[in-house]
Design a binder for this molecule. Sequence first.
Ligand code: ACO
Length: 323
Amino acid sequence: VIRSVVAGCGAYLPKQVVTNADLARKIETSDEWIRQRTGIGQRHVAAEGELTSHLAIKASEAALKDAGIKADELDLIVLATTTPDETFPATATRVQAALGMTRGMAFDVQAVCSGFVYALAVADNFLRVGQAKTALVIGAETFTRLLDWNDRGTSVLFGDGAGAVVLKAAPGKGDKSDRGILSTHLFSDGRYHDMLYVDGGPSSTGTTGVVRMEGREVFRHAVTKLAQAVDEAIASNGVSEAEIDWLVPHQANRRIIDSMGQRLKLAPEKVVVTIDRHANTSAASIPLALAEAHADGRIKRGQLVLIEAMGGGFTWGSALIRW
Ligand code: ACO
């Protein structure tokens, strides 16, 4: 079989940091409330004129360097974002041009907070069928541009950033000992639209819109749907919880993260957490966390990494990767 092996990863965060205390000066909230309910302590916010593509390009350059490959070796760029630079073309083509890649293909994937898992699955399938050999998968967001800063129920939750992973096709034996992506699991259910959406768009209002969310309902669905996604990833590969070295979850709420860690009977130190510093960066949160734990030596070659995410749509999913 063909496996998509992670050859490198990288990340980028905008310089500007906004703390909970900064927000509490503008809206009726507190550092204590935000930390207790979400685990968030601060978020990075892109500067004026700093676009999703700019963050994506920096993360991609870091990932290519880490992988030791040049942009002209790439066949495919899949970029997950909810906050493209423009309605069209795909932000991925901006990244393609900036990296100096003139062949192959580049396109965006939209699955909100599940975007990176979706993009990874798309790239993995291209590699498995042989339509590409080397792929760059990016999650990049300037999500704070979609916030109503007067809505304390949503504005305290999100941040900006980007992360990227380079995948290379390599032969495997077809069992769980292979390096690379072992499986991906994607789900969606459009009936839940009203619980989490943006109230604008090119076809509906002609405006960008802002995030609307029923936080408590989203929370409740996240816990059960993520459990389904991680259970399926484990069962379909014949691995036990004890074999999982790292859980790298989408970073939406510390309590959701902890409940997934407990479900998998993982020691807290095996769960990669960035929400305290990054907040929820939507499609960027998983590759940001992967890049951090890879760079600091926590995630080592040969280890088993489980990723999972849930977001607007609803969309949700997981992937099991041998690093
Ligand atoms: N500061 C202070 N008080 C606040 C704030 C705030 N920022 N926001 C809401 N409150 C108040 C509410 O008004 C409410 O007050 P009331 O009781 O007087 O009416 C009280 O706090 C409780 O509000 P709830 O919404 O019930 O609080 P909850 O414990 O559910 O926490 C939260 C809200 C943090 C949004 C939580 O529901 C959550 O994290 N849900 C998941 C949503 C999520 O992660 N979305 C991200 C996108 S999807 C994804 O990535 C999975």
